[in-house]
Ligand binder design. Sequence first.
Ligand code: HAM
Length: 428
Amino acid sequence: MPTFRAPRGTHDLLPRERFAILRLERIAADLATRYGYRPIETPLFEQTGVFERGIGEVTDVVEKELFRIAPRSEEKESWALRPEPTAGIVRAYIQHGMQTLPQPVKLTTIGPMFRYDRPQAGRYRQFWQFDVEAIGDAGPGIDAEIIELATRFYGDAGLPTIDLLLNSIGDASCRPGYIDALRSYYAKRVEALPPTERARLERNPLRLLDSKDEAMVAINAGAPVITDHLCADCAAHFAGVRAHLDVLGIGYRLEPRLVRGLDYYTRTAFEIYPPGVAGQQSALGGGGRYDGLVELLGGRPTPGIGFGLGLDRVLLALDAAGVSLPPEPATLAVVVGADPAGTAERLRVATQLRAAGLVARADLSVRKLGRQLEAAAKDGAHFAVIIGDELSNGRVQLRDLDAGTQRLVALGDLARELARAGEQHRHG
Ligand code: HAM
């Protein structure tokens, strides 16, 4: 057993996995750019109040999962690691006066989030999200744009099919009536409620609907649905979102019991799952509208909508769907040599190849030439550049490690020859 291990619920991204996430990050950044979303980076920690007020105090994320940072004695502030980026981005929107920019302000970020959750498959204490936010447009067209962007990401990442679940959870004018209906529904079944849910019933009955407790599944199945309680404005907005999605050809399933785990949502709410899989623990992504959040965090009333997609779960879903990840970029050539005193020359030639844009490695060891060639082949390199006596005439041996053939090449031609040989190799 090693003395130290990565903290429970976290996982090291070893090169293969890091490369796979990097690929997803590139796909995400490229998509977001094409849709006009600009990158933003906010701190990995914020004042705790940003999350308590923004996400809501009676949510799992704040009540149970917030990574609070123990304050140093001289500090008056209390901080927490970000469990999600939306609250911090909205804080930045207000702080930097982005209300004065042309609206909506379209922002995107990719990075690690932290939730002190009970770890299990696909649920980590540190995980990666691709996040997109459009602040300052009341929709419903922007809702459809955001949802279409999210679904396109999975396709570009290589996931052939996903399930999109859609709902409207109303706003400040119609949700209170729905919450009353929910409260009285649960109150009639209070004996059957698990103690934690009973405690939440008074403070936030909506949270019971997305409870992770098994005992709640049957109870929730008969609960009243929000879509029966939407006010005229919310119903019209929801119809608008659906109409836009229909025009874009985006398929979705209406899910009237879908509520999100964070309190800032209003109106549109959506979640994305691998096909045929249910349960929030497997959601590949989710998002929705948060028309009250800017005001809640101290700004002028401003609508907003966004999503967060869990990149770790996308990798798991790709694996489950049997989609093989593209290989890591391989080393094209390793520069080797028999002379133990000749490492500087190996390094110089490798530097020249890298300057020409090629992926090259220098073997700077003093092991025998045969062992260096073996190691190069084992590392997946296709070619070895062998530095020997010919160097005094400005030439080196270029060895094709797969074919086992080699020829003399002038140093001045090496980069071009290697690039050409690499191309031929790639195209068989
Ligand atoms: P969320 O639904 O809490 O929404 O998280 C979004 C996604 O992050 C989830 O669907 C899941 O894929 C991934 N995720 C969440 N928790 C974990 C975990 N413990 N381990 C692995 N993956 C996880 C939000 O965070 C909102 N900020 C989304 C949003 C942006 N809404 C509006 N704008």
